[in-house]
Design a binder for this molecule. Structure first.
Ligand SMILES: Cc1cc2nc3c(=O)[nH]c(=O)nc-3n(C[C@H](O)[C@H](O)[C@H](O)COP(=O)(O)O)c2cc1C
Length: 395
């Protein structure tokens, strides 16, 4: 079983992740992780924090001489401005520090409910962990999962489709769309829409407002049979929706046509099945001959299992809740109303959320892949995988 846990507060000494269940012999370099950190930290519309972060992964166990050992992998990322927070975030009992105590819950955040639930009167105890800073370690875990998927020809892509009502218009192969998205500051493959999105962000920023948006995550090379229909919690679509919805500020997730299936007749939704005897076997999926589809409205998942077509997911992100134009709230100590003010905040983080989504989806698919093919070493996983591909080619 592949699993991971993260620990760390936004301004504590360092963030931590432990990943367990990776087979031995997988090539992993810290540069693979740092590259994903850099992608998570970029994007037009980010606030001050991104300028001080410059995250670097330190692998502290589970990898030796560039290869996984099969033992738990531990990673840490130092918080660069820890030195300014040593007493405020000290784990030692140094006496209550009134400095930076937060008694004013921000609407749209975990602050108020977290305070009520855990009995915290300094809401910093809530916001430090509920912050999206935590996603750094999910991106680290995802980077390693992505290395595993890459070994078997599975690629993970994402691009932004919409920011603040400005929609991109584009079609093309996932790899090409991804490359154009990587060249756009808002990670949208449509150049004209990218420009309009940036102008929309500038306008929102000038007005003290914030923006949300939507993005797609696409995986190619996924073989049929990941996930299962036999039990509710093994359904791949459910697991992927869970992973997307676990990202801060994500409020909707779709598979394939998603919500638009509600208004279409069945004849325009379901992907007909064909068989092609032509072609030659590839090393990884897709192999030909085999069953094929001419459409992929299902987004690569039927009956809770990958069906061999690209997996297509979409998610919607709400606007950043901390606004320069303050929202009304109530101080938990004085019970007096106030207007929530801001130190620094993102105006829009949709491009970063898409990168985080790639990571969480990669991890979930890697986990389903290892459930299906097992293996304590990469070569064992590979043997099981190619034997399965050979078997389904004869089906
Ligand atoms: C990449 C990313 C960056 C974010 N940056 C901010 C930010 O700068 N300020 C803020 O108020 N919220 C930010 N958020 C959103 C909050 O973390 C989130 O809305 C909050 O924790 C409440 O969780 P919920 O929206 O899932 O209910 C960000 C979210 C993501 C995914």
């Amino acid at each position: 079983m592949l699993r991971y846990l993260t620990a760390g507060e936004s301004h504590c000494r360092e963030l931590t992740a432990i990943i367990e269940g990776m087979p031995a012999g997988l090539d992993v370099a810290s540069a693979d992780i740092d590259r994903e950190f850099k992608r998570r930290q970029s994007g037009y519309g980010r606030g001050g924090r991104m300028k001080i972060e410059a995250d670097r992964a330190e692998i502290t166990s589970g990898i030796r001489h560039g290869k996984t050992l099969g033992s738990p992998i531990a990673l840490v990322v130092k918080n660069r401005d820890w030195e300014n927070w040593t007493s405020i975030m000290s784990p030692d009992a140094i006496g209550a520090s009134a400095e930076k105590a937060v008694t004013r819950p921000r609407p749209g955040h975990a602050d108020l409910t977290g305070g009520l639930k855990y009995g915290h009167r300094d809401l910093r105890n809530v916001l430090e962990r509920s912050s999206a800073r935590e996603t750094t370690m999910r991106v680290a875990a995802g980077a390693i999962a992505r290395r595993l998927l890459g070994e078997f020809g599975i690629e993970v892509y994402s691009w932004v489709t919409e920011i603040g009502g400005v929609k991109g218009k584009f079609t093309g192969a996932p790899g090409a769309l991804f490359r154009s998205a990587e060249g756009s500051e808002v990670r949208c493959p449509d150049g004209a829409a990218s420009k309009a999105m940036m102008e929309r962000i500038d306008k929102a920023k000038a007005e003290g407002d914030s923006l949300g948006g939507a993005f797609e995550v696409v995986l190619t090379g996924v073989p049929p049979g990941l996930g299962s229909y036999v039990q509710w919690d093994r359904k791949l679509d459910a697991r992927l929706a869970f992973s997307l919805m676990s990202i801060q500020a994500i409020k909707g997730a779709e598979v394939g046509l998603g919500f638009s299936v509600a208004s279409l007749p069945g004849s325009e939704v379901h992907d007909e099945i064909f068989y092609s005897a032509k072609g030659k076997s590839a090393r990884f999926w897709p192999r030909r001959p085999g069953f094929t589809r001419k459409t992929n409205n299902a987004g690569g998942i039927e009956g809770g299992m990958s069906n061999g077509e690209p997996i297509v997911l979409r998610a919607a992100m709400k606007p950043i809740p901390t606004l320069y134009k303050p929202l009304r709230s109530v101080d938990i100590e004085t019970k007096k109303p106030f207007k929530a003010s801001v130190e620094r905040s993102d105006t829009c983080a949709v491009p970063a959320a898409a990168v985080i989504a790639e990571a969480v989806v990669a991890f979930e698919v890697a986990s389903a892949f290892l459930e299906k093919f097992g293996g304590d070493s990469i070569s064992e996983t590979g043997r099981n995988y190619t034997a399965y591909l050979d078997e389904i080619a004869r089906y």
